[in-house]
Design a protein around this ligand. Structure first.
Ligand code: ADE
Length: 235
């Protein structure tokens, strides 16, 4: 899979791409993540990338005649037809199902929006879909782009050490609910003990306990998930 991120600020993303799991994704799992800086596509000797909105309004907009050539350049540099994603608070809310869909693409181009937005013609010319990472507004699309890259690449085979880990995570275990509490060594820390059932070796009992904890946590913390969640009375 090839992911290209078109951004005015590649220096924000670069350190994340060379650290931990995202680095592993590239070295072990064959994910290719490329940054496409917008600045070289800027206009004039100052490489201007933004301008005032016609009709007035606050802030600056990224220019269509900067963004479109940058994305077209990115499209040409990989053979697979690209799916284009725009980060925007106005987009479709990102969830695990959308991450799974995007993880199946061969070629993704993520455009990190900036300033107050992007000239609408860029979206019309290039198509694609807008994605939001939540109902709050950030100063730019670089963090949402990183969120997308991270959530998508961790679904690629070989990125997580133990594949099982990904499948039992909250939102990934098929139940649609939250994952229950987890513990590691030591068995006792200060006066706090690990729940004895987890040390019992009785896998059926442990699974039943984990399902019960998951059901309780989902009920108290995210009742909005209960409709989607497949819990039963036993849980
Ligand atoms: N850009 C600014 N805020 C954003 C958000 N919540 N999601 C995606 N892109 C954004």
């Amino acid at each position: 899979m090839v992911i290209q991120v078109v951004t005015l600020f590649p220096e924000i993303l670069a350190p994340m791409l060379t650290t931990s799991m995202l680095r592993r994704a590239q070295t072990v799992a064959g994910v290719e993540i490329r940054l496409v800086p917008l600045r070289p596509f800027g206009i004039g000797i100052h490489h201007q990338t933004d301008d005032y909105p016609f009709g007035g309004g606050p802030g600056m907009l990224l220019r269509a005649d900067v963004v479109v050539p940058a994305v077209e350049w990115a499209m040409m540099h990989h053979k697979a037809v690209a799916r284009v994603i725009w980060t925007s608070p106005q987009g479709k809310p990102l969830d695990q199902a959308l991450c799974r869909t995007l993880a199946q693409e061969d070629h993704l181009i993520i455009i990190a929006g900036h300033y107050e937005g992007i000239d609408e013609r860029a979206l019309e010319i290039l198509g694609g879909s807008e994605v939001s990472i939540g109902d709050y507004v950030l100063t730019g699309g670089e963090l949402p782009a990183l969120v997308l890259v991270d959530a998508i690449t961790r679904l690629q085979t070989g990125v997580l050490g133990a594949q099982g880990g990904a499948l039992t995570d909250t939102f990934e275990d098929g139940s649609g609910g939250l994952e229950g509490p987890q513990y590691t060594r030591p068995e006792q820390y200060r006066q706090w003990r690990v729940p004895p059932i987890l040390l019992s070796g009785n896998h059926q009992a442990i699974q039943a306990w984990q399902r019960a904890m998951s059901a309780e946590r989902t009920t108290t913390r995210r009742p909005d998930l209960l409709d989607a969640k497949r819990i039963d009375d036993a849980d």
